[in-house]
Design a protein around this ligand. Structure first.
Ligand SMILES: [Zn+2]
Length: 232
């Protein structure tokens, strides 16, 4: 059974031809699937877990610019016939993925119009997420951004518990940890989340959505329009 929703959206006969090229691999936490500027050796279709696209600036600052779970594909530059990555792809939440060698991925794109079309559409949907994340980081308040980020992770997680430290959240949002502590505290006092060492529990998804900016809903809507299935 395929858990990756992108692969699962393919017609059975198309998927059957791809299966021999896919191998199941573990995604251990913090593993780097590829580095900025380095070659992309394979495409990954997450079955579980989350991979973050991280931009690293020259002074060492990091900020997350995109997130991929079982709704998607890690390795979108391959869709443009580009062999290297502009960002780092790092496992944020452990899981597993179906891995296809970059060469095989390119061959399948060329051989199957149905596969190519869905992959290109995913590239567009993912691009919308990256664009919205940039707009959000530049314009929306930290409480809205934290709510958005928690919803994005919640979308890609089974259950309501998100194993994550405040340090990690701060890095992903490109802010200092004390700001996250204050903001997460406000969400906790309002009863939207519960925070304990290394874990956030989503208590009230509906109100967390209300606390977020429009960005989370906008990306979900675009994804559903372009791919034809919801993110989760
Ligand atoms: Zn926003």
């Amino acid at each position: 059974m395929i858990h990756n929703r992108l692969l699962a959206a393919l017609p059975h006969d198309v998927l059957a031809l791809l299966l021999p090229k896919l191998s199941l691999v573990e995604l251990p936490i913090r593993q780097t699937l590829y580095r900025a500027g380095a070659a992309i050796d394979a495409a990954y279709f997450p079955e579980a877990g989350i991979v973050s696209m991280v931009s690293i600036l020259s002074e060492g600052e990091q900020v997350e610019v995109g997130m991929v779970g079982r709704e998607g594909l890690v390795g979108t530059p391959l869709l443009a016939d580009v062999e290297t990555s502009y960002v780092e792809a790092m496992v944020q939440a452990p899981g597993s993925a179906l891995r296809m060698e970059a060469r095989a991925f390119r061959q399948e794109l060329a051989a199957s119009p149905v596969f190519r079309s869905l992959m290109l559409r995913y590239g567009e949907a993912h691009q919308a997420q990256v664009i919205q994340t940039a707009a959000c980081n530049g314009n929306h308040g930290l409480e809205q951004r934290l709510a958005r980020w928690l919803l994005m992770v919640h979308d890609r997680t089974d259950g309501d518990e998100i194993p994550v430290t405040q340090d990690f959240i701060a890095t992903m949002l490109g802010v200092h940890r004390p700001s996250v502590t204050v903001t997460a505290g406000a969400l906790q006092r309002a009863g939207l989340i519960r925070y304990s060492a290394g874990r956030v529990t989503v208590l009230d998804r509906q109100r967390l959505e209300a606390a977020s900016c429009e960005c989370h809903g906008a990306v979900r809507q675009r994804f559903a329009e372009v791919i034809g299935t919801p993110i989760s």
